[in-house]
Design a protein around this ligand. Sequence first.
Ligand SMILES: [Fe+2]
Length: 303
Amino acid sequence: MTQFNDTELTVAVIESLAKTPDPRVKFLLQELVKSLHDYVRKTDLSFDEWHYAIDFLTRTGQKCSPIRQEFILLSDVLGVSMLVDAVNHREREGATETTVLGPFYVGEHPPMPHGADISPGLQGERMFVQSRVTDLAGKPLAGVPIDVWHADDDGFYDSQKASYATEGPSSRARLVTDADGRIFFRTILPCSYPIPTDGPVGEMIVKTQRHPMRPAHVHFLVDAPGYEPLITHVFIGGDKYLDSDVVFGVKDELIATVEPRSDATMPDGQPANGPWHLMTYNFRMKPGQGSAPQPMMPEKEEA
Ligand SMILES: [Fe+2]
C-alpha cells in the first residue's frame, strides 16, 4: 500500500486524472481537486464539518424537483452564478448587460400575441412593457423569441404556488419580435421578493444573518439566431434592495425607470382602465453563438 502525506495526496489524485481523454475535462477536474484540497488544508476541516457539508449538499439535491432548482439557488447566493456570467461576458461591446438566469426558468412559456395580458386575474398595479431588439448598430431583429417571467404582487413565481399544477403558468410567456424588432405586453408590477427560505439554501441565508431579498425585476431571455443568447433582468428603479440583492445580480445599466402613468390609453391605443406603469427597455444583441438554456419542465403523467 502506498502512503501519502497531505500534499502528496493532491499530486496523486491529480495524476490519477492524467489520462482523461478530453483535455478540457481533464483540466476542470484537476483544478477542482486542487481547489478542494486547498480548502480542506486551509480550514483543517473537521469530520463534523465534512459530514455537515455532505448532508447540506445531499439536502440541496433532494430539494430539487422538475420545477425547483435548489442548486442554482445555491450557486446564485454564493455569487458563483454571477462570476460565471462575468468571466463569460468580459467584453459586451455595447451589447445589453447580462445577469443570472435564476432558479425559476421552468415550465411552459406560452406563446402570447403582442399586447396580451400575461398576468390575467392577478392582483397588482398594472404595467405596460415595451421593448425593441436590435443588433449593435441599431438594426431591428425580427422574429426573435423572447421569454419573459416575473414574480407576482406577493413576491411569488407561478411555479411556487400550488395552483400551478391546475392553472398553469402566469406572469410567464413567450413573445416574438415584429418586423421592427418590437414586443409589447401587459402585466402587473412585480415586487421585490425573498428567495425560497424553506430549503437548505434559505437555511444558510438565515443562519448567516443575510436577508433573502431580491429587488423587483422582470426576467428576459432573448434568443436570436446568429447572436449570443441574452439572459438578463430589467430591474424596477427605486427598489430598496437594489444595493443588496441576495444573488449579487444587479448591474446599473439594467435598472429601468418605470413611470407611473394616468393616460386613458396605453401605448398600443387600448384602454388603460385606471392608473398604470410604463416599462420601456431595449435590448442590443452581441453577434455570436451559443445555446440558450431550456426551461426545466414538470414531469408529465404517463398516459
Ligand atoms: Fe427573479
